[in-house]
Ligand binder design. Sequence first.
Ligand SMILES: CC(C)(COP(=O)(O)OP(=O)(O)OC[C@H]1O[C@@H](n2cnc3c(N)ncnc32)[C@H](O)[C@@H]1OP(=O)(O)O)[C@@H](O)C(=O)NCCC(=O)NCCS
Length: 425
Amino acid sequence: MPAPLEGIKVIDMTQVQSGPSCTQMLAWLGADVIKIERPGKGDQTRGELLDMESDSLYFLQLNANKRSIELNTKTAEGKEVLTKLLKDADVFIENLHPGAVDHMGFSWENVQKINPRLIYASLKGFNADSPYVDVKAYEDVAQCAGGAAATTGWWKGEYNVPTISAAALGDSNTGMHILIGILAALLHRDKTGVGQKVTQSMQDAVINLCRVKLRDQIRLDNTGTLNEYPQYPNETFGDTVPRSGNASGGAHLGWTFRCKGWETDPNAYVYMILQDTKKGWEDTCNALGKPEWLTDPKYSTHKGRAPHAFEIFKEIEEEYTLKNDKFVVSKTLGEAGIPCGPVLSMKDIQNDESLRKSGTIVEVEAADPKRGKFLTVGCTQKFSNFTPVIKTPPKLGEHTEEILKSLGYTDAQIKELHDKKVTSV
Ligand SMILES: CC(C)(COP(=O)(O)OP(=O)(O)OC[C@H]1O[C@@H](n2cnc3c(N)ncnc32)[C@H](O)[C@@H]1OP(=O)(O)O)[C@@H](O)C(=O)NCCC(=O)NCCS
């Protein structure tokens, strides 16, 4: 069975995480992804956060299954090579700083003339209508501008500060957003015969994930309170959605509960949701050995429970979770119908057998024997008719010659490009 995107050619001028996460996914799905890299340097992440003298894990985990060409697209010859590549490509994607690709002569208007069927994908920090349109952006800038930092973290005490999530909401999340746009534009091209420009800003991708916080802002405007937040009922609300620690953020109460060993293990916790439905609450009370909570009005309704949430959490901890290991708590309560899961450390995830079995965590052989096998996150979508194979990420310029030959360059011309520093430093 062919891979879903077999036959799709992607010219990839992306770097760092946002763009590469998208093009890696396109490559896993079978597209031929040609990564254009600055001669001698390549993607800036190749040399970042090094744990050994070899391509960094940062680069390796985001660039599997691609081909790499070293090409200085600021030179006349480099522009010519890129133009030839674009002629029969399906997708061009870039995430250079605002204006950089336009200055090189590869604006949407120009590229459209080279290939009207091309999907032109552009990823920036901010969208075209933003006052920050020309601003460079990284992960944290986007999390702050997208509402995530303002609504994440502790709501009182010295740690009541806007807080950045460790999850790549600004980077990989934006990559996945633009991926949706690219796939939609490819399907649209099948119907219309023409390509189009797809833009995605990092700020917008974060805002899209903060939709429920906008919901809460409107609720707060309308009612002056948010009764599933930890501030309720004893603290005051201002006029903007506050941070809410580990509160579930939904209609059901939820929190992180300490488990056995928490004194020495910072991740000995489970997250548990106290489901609000009749059956959910019954299952919870029975599993925790608290049948009396089914009739006591302080516990039996959400309205009764909400003002006492922390007293209830404390009882659950003292009488149940603190006496048990997080995996035992999760399994036992999970089997009893309670939405519950262990707080997994990265070490737990690294060693989790089921994640290896599902192909979510995979080992890949790096091109450099010094690195050997490295661990990465594989394809998280599971298909019934296709299994992505995660292949070795390219060395810088590994495919330069092969790609130039496929465009009709002779050995002598390839040498000339090399000597002129178009494909070398
Ligand atoms: C990530 C970012 C902050 C880095 O900015 P930067 O340090 O200026 O680096 P860039 O790679 O964008 O640009 C550096 C230069 O390399 C040039 N360059 C990039 N690829 C090149 C190539 N193959 N050949 C020749 N020049 C190249 C650019 O044109 C630019 O030149 P200029 O400054 O003269 O215009 C910026 O690219 C950005 O904001 N991107 C959009 C948002 C984004 O995706 N952020 C990353 C999130 S993971």
